[in-house]
Design a protein around this ligand. Structure first.
Ligand code: M6R
Length: 369
């Protein structure tokens, strides 16, 4: 049942090309227009959306942060992302034109469910991005966008994370299409690039050995830091979470821009720092600022490990190890840059002899608040 792999986690990491493909499957009509037919909110209602609030926990919340960058960019609708368990305790401002998007693999996370119920009571329209057909959160929501990623067994979420990000892109593009915010040619270009992602993930999986070798070498490391910026920020957070849950190593993710506001004080000789580098073809200055961050931590003795776009010559000089990922649009990069971090955490925990499918103290779905 593990399909020849040592763990469900390894199997699910390797299923990611298919998970992304299946999330994309059947979402366009003959004219190439997006059709999200499980949406039981009318196009007119969706068009009125004045604000989106994304609610989720853990890895799903990091997918929500990626969603924020993409949806705001494509639709110009303001998007807030909030940990579901914080949401209803702050008296949030919600009305009929607020679209609350919950993201949950299991569809049973109690914190997320209670936040969705609260949002509904306050009059918001609710849409669930979920992997588990017929689970509670989608049943209680006005609309559902299923991931179709197949069952995820390992406690640590991997393929569902990539599928959640993919589904969020589809939602963003759908809203942009409805509101006439992007030309149909722009939407089909982005969709075409999304359809190329599975093969690119496969390339990373096929070249995973050096990442695993590094993980084996680093099995004794007591702490690892992760830096990212823009959509690389939630990827850094996710890389850190994977390492905490699986390898029980102290790991921390930061927005690279925060470094000089405090975290750089942590850097001492030999401290491993992963840096998720934005595309050099993206927004000017973003890439060069992150390259400066790599130099800054390296100058203070950090062991720098970078995840960068293929051909990004600027990072090589300042990196102890570089893992390249294929090119794609800057906003789509998390679908690629996450993968080396998942492989790293899984391999390191395996090297330490831990059960990667059932990490201590954790449950696959958290059904208590
Ligand atoms: O089922 P959900 O997506 O609602 O679960 C949310 C979190 O509990 C989950 O992502 C958790 O953080 C995972 N252990 C991450 O690997």
């Amino acid at each position: 049942e593990k399909g020849g792999y040592d763990s469900f986690m390894e199997k699910e990491i390797n299923e990611q090309p298919k998970a992304v493909e299946d999330t994309l499957l059947g979402r366009t009509d003959a004219q190439g227009r997006l059709t999200l037919d499980e949406l039981r909110i009318s196009p007119e209602q969706l068009k009125e959306t004045s604000k989106i609030i994304v609610l989720a926990c853990g890895t799903a919340a990091y997918a929500g942060t990626v969603a924020k960058y993409a949806i705001e960019h494509w639709t110009r609708i303001p998007v807030e992302v909030e940990l579901a368990h914080e949401f209803r305790y702050r008296d949030p401002i919600i009305d009929q034109t607020t679209l609350v998007v919950s993201i949950s693999q299991s569809g049973e996370t109690m914190d997320t469910l209670m936040a969705v119920r609260y949002a509904k009571e306050q009059g918001a329209r609710t849409l669930s991005i979920c992997n588990t057909n017929g689970s509670t959160i989608p049943r209680e929501s006005d609309a559902v966008l299923y991931l179709h990623a197949g069952p995820e067994i390992a406690v640590a979420s991997t393929k569902a994370f990539l599928a959640m990000i993919t589904a969020s892109y589809l939602l963003g593009l759908y809203l942009a299409q409805l509101r006439g915010q992007l030309f149909s040619g722009q939407i089909s270009d982005i969709l075409a690039d999304l359809h190329k992602i599975p093969a690119k993930i496969q390339t990373i999986l096929d070249g995973a050995e050096p990442i695993k070798a590094l993980a084996r070498d680093m099995a004794q490391t007591p702490s690892v830091l992760f830096l990212g910026r823009h959509v690389g920020f939630p990827v850094a957070m996710e890389g850190a979470l994977k390492l905490k849950e699986l390898a029980y190593i102290h790991a921390e993710g930061f927005a690279a821009g925060e470094l000089k506001h405090g975290p750089i004080a942590l850097i001492e000789e030999g401290q491993p720092v992963f840096v998720v580098v934005p595309s050099p073809r993206g927004r000017d200055s973003l890439h060069s600022k992150v390259v400066s961050n790599i130099q800054e931590v390296r100058a203070r003795g950090a062991k720098t490990i970078t995840v960068a776009e293929q051909g990004d010559a600027a990072v090589t000089e300042y990196s102890e190890n570089v893992f390249f990922v294929p090119e794609t649009q800057p906003l789509l990069m998390p679908l690629l840059t996450t993968v080396p971090l998942q492989i790293f955490a899984c391999a390191l925990a395996t090297e330490k002899g831990y059960d990667v499918d059932q990490p201590r103290n954790l449950a696959k779905s958290v059904t208590v608040e």
